[in-house]
Design a protein around this ligand. Sequence first.
Ligand SMILES: O=C(O)[C@@H](CO)OP(=O)(O)O
Ligand SMILES: [Mg+2]
Length: 428
Amino acid sequence: MSRIATVRGREVLDSRGRPTVEAEVVLDDGVRVHASVPSGASTGRHEAHELRDGDLSRYRGRGVRTAVANVRDLLEPAVAGLDPTRQEEVDAALIAADGTPEKSRAGANAVLAVSLAVARAGACSRGIPLWQHLIGDEDPVMPRPMINLISGGLHARRNLDLQDFLIVPVGAATYPEALEASSAVIEATGEILRERGLSTLHADEGGFGPALAGHRDALELAATAVERAGLRLGDDVAFALDVAATHFQDPATGLYDLTAEGRVVDAAGMVDLLEGWMREFPIVSIEDPLAEDDWDGWKLASERLGRSAQVVGDDLFTTNATRLRRGVRDGAANSVLVKMNQIGTLSETLALAELARAAGYGIVVSARSGETEDDALADLAVAARGGQIKVGSLTQSERLAKYNRLLRILDEVGPHTALPRWEWAWAR
Ligand SMILES: O=C(O)[C@@H](CO)OP(=O)(O)O
Ligand SMILES: [Mg+2]
């Protein structure tokens, strides 16, 4: 059996050019691997703590030197000598070494980098792919991608309040077909934007970030693009939204300030607006329709929108079991977004996916808006068996690392190549 010999951290850059943490793990059998962690922009208040340096002289205070030092000083002593194939033991040791509920002492960025690097080392020393190492005896499930087409909110800083307009290739039976349909819609969107004299520049996750007339304009643009690509709206390709409503809720009043609509609405008003769009357009998944602590609003959203769409909690749940249990008890949603760095270890992430599965919740494994070229997310999505992944657009290498890793995984999963059937139909 191999043992963890050394663990070191280093600073690498993410897709916004900001520093993030990479951990390198060396085993006593000679295996040497690294893993790096992503970083969000529209982060939820209940996420695990990403440790950033307070020193404003470098990277305007966004450095991760302390987190990097913690990998060596706090975390290496906790896991050195452990068996890298026993992920839960390793993660328990990391959690104990940090000792805080939000992983604020070591930094969730330091903890997750080590957790992921150890998993990769364990897979390497067993000579099997990472997804297989994580999945145990279960069958792998290829994930259907939901792909960012148009960005607004904090990712594009244009005039749309909603953060993501995504396409879901609901009719695709296989992952390559899903990519092909999505790529055709992205190209058609670019064409239409050029014809309209609008910008085709990309936002943080590679989606288009044009100055559109409003949210309805974005939905119409997406619908036209699907048709121009020769695909059937709602049958081949449907839509998903990440409203990311926390970021336009007025903290003083609890109301939602939709600049692009020229309206301030309460939770019921938000639901009315979304319901109206759902009747007109094939929206089959809605993430964060309301703010992270608006539990009553979420109940209403899930009653009304959840009949025909996936209602996904991202900022609401922050990959946190306590919050997910509350959501299940209160009927606040019917699906959960799973982001490793919201909770900080791989074992806790996989346990959260199990909890969601047991509750009959949908599971969408998601990247962050600041990503690195690390591709472990693809393996996680297959191992989490939720059948869905959200990574951004198809146009940037930090996203392609995951999309292309899934194409390689397709050659590793034996007979399990089909995508699970898409459950939600457009309620026209
Ligand atoms: O809100 C989200 O779902 C993610 C990814 O789109 O964004 P961020 O990483 O900025 O939180
Ligand atoms: Mg989100």
